[in-house]
Design a protein around this ligand. Structure first.
Ligand code: AMP
Length: 552
């Protein structure tokens, strides 16, 4: 059987790429070790005025790995990374691997309730976090978990070209019960941990996603998953050490983890970090650092279009732009090209596919589905077999709409300690994405709907059930239903419909505030509408579609 039997689109759509690539390294550490041998003096992190070379990153992570081991971390332990886009993310990630441990990528927007869930589910024994997050969130949480070692750090570190030790002068928050990362690195400087053998199927990172039911699930991105999709970015887009990666996606999310961090470690190439995305600052970074590649959610590019002083010249170097995580309105790609002369290429994947499974070739323009107006998410990438499956589980031919089912070396083997959820999401190893779409006769894929109730707010995923659970904690609520409604900037935003218990009275604004205090900023409902009764079928099932239509 030839690859064309299994992947018919390759016969019709030839982007000038091979069908398959080989995974070049057994694990992400071997991948980075190859970069250290090839280009030790290349700058791999640029953080404001700060510069870290490949060799320095290797040494810093060696020292930090020794510290983790000295403080009792053992092979296979999970260590949480609760950080913004700072250099310490890369130092800690490499150190976690060098200590033979597994990183848990945690959204820095998380509040106490969310952090507690992740630390408990992963059974993390260690936590590396920003001082500010320690004080505002983590401090009250770690005592309820298995975390024995908390290490804090400051975003002010590594910001200048001066010797980092000058930053001893940086004002520190005193974090009771936590050790300081810089001090630990300093005391283990020059030490190397014993080399660990990591197999391709060992878990490199747990990345959390939620679901229609139950608590968040940790997708187990293995070392093979990570290396393979770092290579996919490199080869599909034609990137090399001469490129400069602009880090606009959050590093804890799979897009940032693979399309920024793993890619920078593989090439190696400089990764430009700016702590958080801020449009004017990002425009300056693109121009000053001559960034050539980036991947981020479409709201990043909308924000750049609206940045007051962004010019065509500022973005002239940024010729390889990809956007994924949320639908891209075709009008936005046109407006962006008109304003800056650069084309935004669609790229599609999930946390469970370790970033992309589909993408638009660098030199192509994605077609648009005439009926739905959806911009194609691209064609399947290397080694990837994608089927469109009907409700009866049968494969559908080109042009027919069904669920996208993806198989390939980027698909995770499952969810951390959740065999049942794994079996239902990845039967036989192929991922049921919950995305609904079709493949056209030329092999382009389009997403036209979603099977899942997920709300996609600027690439951040919100599961109605989680917001509803929080609303139910409020004494006045009888029933709650949360849906996504259209939003001109975020694509979708969160709206809650509630009914009240008899005799109860509450203002919508009070409910918004109640949620805001208990969940990450992108999740809380921007609108709450109080109804006498929520619409239901005769069997009592909530009519979400009706609510969605009502909210639109
Ligand atoms: P996440 O696990 O956060 O990466 O979210 C994955 C989900 O984001 C997918 O199942 C899609 O619903 C959505 N998504 C990702 N990339 C795209 C894209 N390029 N266009 C439309 N939706 C996307």
């Amino acid at each position: 059987m030839s690859v064309y039997d299994e992947r018919p689109w390759l016969a019709r759509y030839d982007p000038g790429q091979p069908a398959d690539i080989e995974v070049e390294h057994p694990n992400a550490l071997a991948m980075f070790a190859a970069a250290v041998r090839r280009s030790p003096d290349l700058t791999v992190i640029r953080y404001f005025d700060g510069r870290i070379t490949v060799r320095e990153l290797d040494e810093l992570s060696d020292a930090f790995a020794c510290a983790l081991l000295d403080r009792g971390m053992r092979r296979g332990d999970r260590i949480g990374l609760f950080l913004q886009n700072v250099p310490q993310f890369l130092i800690a990630l490499l150190a976690v691997w060098k200590a033979g441990c597994i990183a848990v990528a945690i959204n820095p927007m998380n509040k106490e309730r969310e952090l507690r869930l992740l630390l408990k589910d992963s059974g993390a024994r260690g936590l590396v976090c920003l001082e500010g997050l320690h004080e505002s969130v983590a401090r009250g949480v770690v005592a309820d978990t298995d975390v024995e070692l908390t290490i804090t750090t400051s975003e002010l570190e590594y910001q200048t070209r001066d010797d980092p030790r000058v930053l001893a002068a940086v004002q520190r928050l005193s974090c009771a019960g936590a050790e300081d990362m810089a001090a630990l690195i300093e005391s283990f400087r020059g030490k190397r941990p014993e080399q660990v053998e990591l197999a391709p199927e060992d878990v490199a990172v747990l990345t959390y996603t939620s679901g229609t039911t139950g608590p968040p699930k940790g997708a187990m991105n293995t070392h093979r998953n990570v290396v393979f999709n770092a290579q996919t970015y490199r080869d599909w887009i034609g990137l090399d050490s001469g490129d400069v990666i602009l880090g606009v996606a959050p590093l804890f999310h799979i897009t940032g983890l693979i399309g920024h961090v793993a890619l920078a470690l593989l090439l190696p190439a400089p990764l430009v970090l700016t702590y958080r995305f801020e449009p004017s600052l990002t425009v300056d970074a693109i121009r000053d650092e001559q960034a050539s590649f980036t991947v981020g959610s479409i709201t990043v590019f909308i924000a750049l279009m609206n940045a007051p002083d962004a010019t065509r010249a500022d973005l002239a170097s940024l010729r390889k732009i990809y956007s994924g995580g949320a639908p891209i309105p075709p009008s936005t790609t046109r407006a962006f090209r008109d304003q800056f002369g650069q084309y935004i290429h669609n790229i599609y994947g999930l946390t469970e596919t370790t970033s992309p499974s589909h993408g638009v070739p660098l030199h192509a323009t994605a077609p648009v589905d005439e009926t739905s107006g959806a911009l194609s998410v691209g064609v399947p990438l290397y080694n990837t077999v994608v089927r469109i499956v009907g409700d009866d589980g049968e494969d559908l031919p080109p042009g027919e709409i069904g669920e996208v089912v993806t198989a390939g070396p980027q698909v995770v083997p499952g969810y951390w300690r959740k065999p049942e959820e794994t079996a239902s999401a990845m039967p036989g190893g192929a991922l049921r994405t919950g995305d609904v779409g079709y493949m056209d006769d030329d092999g382009w894929f389009y997403l036209v709907d979603r099977k899942k109730d997920q709300i996609n707010a600027a690439g951040y995923k919100v599961w109605p059930r989680e917001v509803e659970d929080v609303l139910y904690e409020h004494g006045a609520i009888r029933e709650a239903a949360v849906v996504g409604i259209p939003d001109p900037y975020r694509g979708e935003t969160v709206k809650a419909f509630v009914s009240l218990r008899q005799g109860q009275q509450v203002e919508p604004g009070e409910l918004v505030e109640f949620c805001r205090q208990r969940m990450a900023a992108y999740k809380y409902p921007r609108e709450v509408e109080i109804l006498d009764e929520l619409p239901k079928t005769v069997t009592g099932k909530l009519l979400r579609r009706e609510l969605r239509a009502r909210g639109a």
